[in-house]
Design a protein around this ligand. Sequence first.
Ligand SMILES: [Zn+2]
Length: 467
Amino acid sequence: MYDLVIKNGKLVTPDRIYEADIAITDGVYAAFLQAGSDAPAKEIIDAKGNYVFPGIIDCHAHLNEPGFEYREDFATGSRAAAAAGCTTLIDMPLNNDPSLMNKEIFDMKMGLISKHSAVDFALWGGIVGDYDSQPGSVKNNMKDLVDLHNCGVAAFKGFTCPNGDLFPTVNMGNVRKALEILKPYNALCGFHCEEFGQVLEREKEAKAKENRTKEEKIRDFLDSHDVWTEYVATKNVIDMVRATGGRVHICHVSHPMVAQVVKDAIHEGLSITAETCPHYLGYTEDFVFEKGAPAKCTPPMRRKEDMEKLWDYVLDGTLSCVGSDHSPAADEEKDNETKDIWQAWGGLNSIQFFLPMMFDMVVHKKGLSPSLIAKVMDYNPAKVFGLYGKKGAFELGFDGDIVIVDPERPWKCSQEELLTKGHVSCFDKEEGKGAPVCTVIRGKVVAEDGMYKEEAIGYGEFVRPVK
Ligand SMILES: [Zn+2]
């Protein structure tokens, strides 16, 4: 007698789609059986006509706890994630106070968030630098990196552009040092790549312009974060990989010119991986002009031809992961009436429509196989972030995570109904087809038909990298 059997579904893997029944016992995949097996189980879910994925991993999410719970906390962010089909999220170390930069903060953060996560979670640790500190003063956390690695963080994140005192920018000295320190542990270091000097100077110049309309300010904002800032920072970080032999992940690549640099580095044999996000694959500068403050993020959305070309790099495997980069805000911080693009919070409320948007784009708009989703949102993130062995594939003994997606089910984002704390999203009124109808984590149903289960809150567990 199995605990749970998902029957008659179409299992989606990176290579193929096939019909089979899945049996889960004691929280792990216990058997893969011929479709229609009638295997005895305490609970049976019929997935006929639907796709079945081994969960969805969001490798890039900001849930803001501790420190900015007025924007989002683990309960609200993770319940939205569960409803959206996400079974594991990897939480960022910033937009926190304190940022996750040493073992003491790790212990404190775990004590808070493990009480009320609705999905399994791993953590990014922080690399904080001393870009703008005076000679002799030390802000960086180089001495804490190995301890943090031993705590079980899945990766480390650093910021190459101006980012405020809570998470100081890394300079290339910090990047090089961090890679040297973490190389013996084969630990992964991810970077937000926009070059400090260009962003600082160009923003300063743009903000000094007088009598700008709302539209002109958006143009100024986009120009001050143009592709050259992302390109130069990415090249610099890749050079530090060349210098150290370290392992790097380039976060949220927005532009084909940047993706090409990553591709060349991978071909050279450097240990580089990279991700992009749904908003760079389906949305453009025009969307920022249309939506204003709610659509502000960095790097910003690019031109249509750049967006189209970015797909080539997802298809050829250069951009091997797709994360949400959910970075929530309080409603007033994204209010288009009272905030211009400079004053608005930079980050999107996206976690609840991350999978439906990708499914609609991949399967319905592009006519591609759902296998691409299993690749960039399951298998590859599990491999890159060390979760493979537990997560990311239909393998016996892996965690019994399941997302059942009805490929024809229509969805529409309505920001009033979001399960996140904030209710302003640039994706309000966006619609498409293909939505999760059931989310299962370690054999337990945590969400159904777009709504989380109350008992899921607190069920989510910390996932330590397997190696
Ligand atoms: Zn981010």
